[in-house]
Design a protein around this ligand. Structure first.
Ligand code: AHR
Length: 340
């Protein structure tokens, strides 16, 4: 059953696609979003009044992954492609995201998309969007709402699987003898931190050699990853492996390990998730030992989803993006063509 707003959007779809063609001919382009704090807008330009208005609330700018994800969205949801993107950066604060979503509802945007900073606490604002008839699309991170009618789809990686793949690698490669692992967790309460932790725990549980001796959040940032790792190095003289929930925290750990006079990748092994250029470079140099990819380039799929919905079509409730995994040799081969 189509919401009031959705019915309106579907009716104007024909007009919008005509405007799209005209915009393409005019070759106009406009992307004023810079990924910094506050609201930015990719002006309607070629899309004019018929552009699909999308309010996007981003988590923040905490990592290289996030920068690539923001760029992908801002580069794709452009006026030339028929969109009027309203973009805001929540600086890793749920209250900022709720405020941004409420503002998009008040503005009467056609669609709301967001990457939820944490999993819980969204039902109220999602109900408000539903009541206003504005379809919501979750990108990258999940919410734990029981009522799945509060959003149209969730597109992003399988974070549990990412953690499992790392756990299997650690267990098979280093866990042939007793090892001490320290874990740099992502933002507390976020879907990737929860899922990557449980996936890893699940994969190592059958191997008594693999022991997680400490686990603390580094908030997905390089600076906090470094600080937490410095504390781990002081508290535990016998760390064998660092499991970082993202590359940035792994890169922070490298700095801390080197400052402590040890060799990252050799004295202390590092495994992480993302596969951003800086992480892949460190892997290629032997400072990180293994990376499971998490693809941040969600802009094109998000645009397709919105256009499908706008044309009156339906989308799968869960769309899982495909991710790779890399050792040193594979990272070296992949780096020249790496997009992010
Ligand atoms: O939600 C995806 C995660 O968020 C990425 O792995 C991490 O780098 C980012 O901050």
């Amino acid at each position: 059953m189509l919401s009031k707003k959705f019915r309106t959007s579907a009716v104007i779809a024909g007009v919008a696609s005509l405007a799209l063609g005209l915009a393409a001919c005019a070759g106009s382009s406009d992307d004023s979003g810079d990924g910094a704090s506050g609201d930015t807008t990719a002006a309607a330009g070629g899309g004019g009044g018929d552009a699909i208005v999308v309010g996007f609330s981003q988590v923040g700018s905490e990592s290289g992954w996030r920068a690539a994800n923001t760029k992908s969205i801002q580069d794709t949801l452009t006026a030339d492609n028929g969109f009027d993107l309203k973009f805001s950066d929540a600086q890793q604060k749920q209250e900022n995201q709720i405020q941004a979503i409420r503002s998009y509802i008040a503005q009467g945007v056609d669609y709301i998309a967001f990457s939820p900073v944490v999993e819980s606490g969204w039902d109220g604002v999602l109900e408000e969007a539903k009541t206003a008839g504005i379809p919501v699309i979750l990108t990258d991170r999940a919410v734990d709402s029981k009522d799945t009618s509060l959003y149209k789809t969730f597109i992003g990686s399988d974070f549990v699987k990412e953690g499992q793949r790392i756990g299997e690698y650690v267990s098979d490669t280093f866990g042939t003898e007793p090892i001490n692992v320290v874990e740099l967790e992502g933002t507390t309460g976020s879907a990737p931190a929860n899922d990557r932790k449980s996936g890893f725990a699940d994969a190592i549980k059958g191997n008594p050699n693999v022991k997680v001796i400490a686990s603390e959040t580094g908030n997905f940032t390089r600076a906090e990853g470094k600080t937490v790792m410095e504390g781990f190095l002081q508290a535990y003289p016998d760390i064998d492996v660092v499991y970082a929930h993202n590359d940035d925290m792994g890169l922070g750990a490298i700095e801390a390990i080197e400052a402590a006079g040890k060799v990252p990748g050799k004295d202390i092994k590092i495994v992480s998730i993302d596969g951003v250029k800086d992480g892949m470079t460190a892997l290629s140099q032997g400072k990180i030992n293994y990376i499971v990819e998490c693809n941040p380039l969600l802009g094109p799929d998000l645009a397709k989803i919105i256009k499908t919905l706008n044309d009156g079509g339906t989308v799968e409730p869960r769309i899982v993006t495909q991710d790779d995994a890399f050792n040193q040799e594979q990272a070296t081969a992949a780096l020249p063509d790496r997009q992010y």
